[in-house]
Design a protein around this ligand. Sequence first.
Ligand code: SF4
Length: 83
Amino acid sequence: MHLQVSDLGLQQASELEVFGGPSARYCPAGVYEWLVDEKTGAPKFQINSQNCVHCKTCDIKDPNQNINWVTPEGGGGPNYPNM
Ligand code: SF4
């Protein structure tokens, strides 16, 4: 996966619970979603990496620098299926 979250515990404790989950808003492609696990009721960080347009915003804007964008495998660059 070309989007790497170093510490999922930190992502919940800080990015979600302190900052209110900005990743769900700053990502232009809707890659990040905070869902609620149906069974446990716990927050679940979903990463729809296939939607990523490789703008690197998350790499810069995550409040803890906890998300790392790395070069996608194959180096294909952005893929815009609807254009
Ligand atoms: S690189 Fe851009 S499009 Fe991809 S997940 Fe990060 S913010 Fe979203």
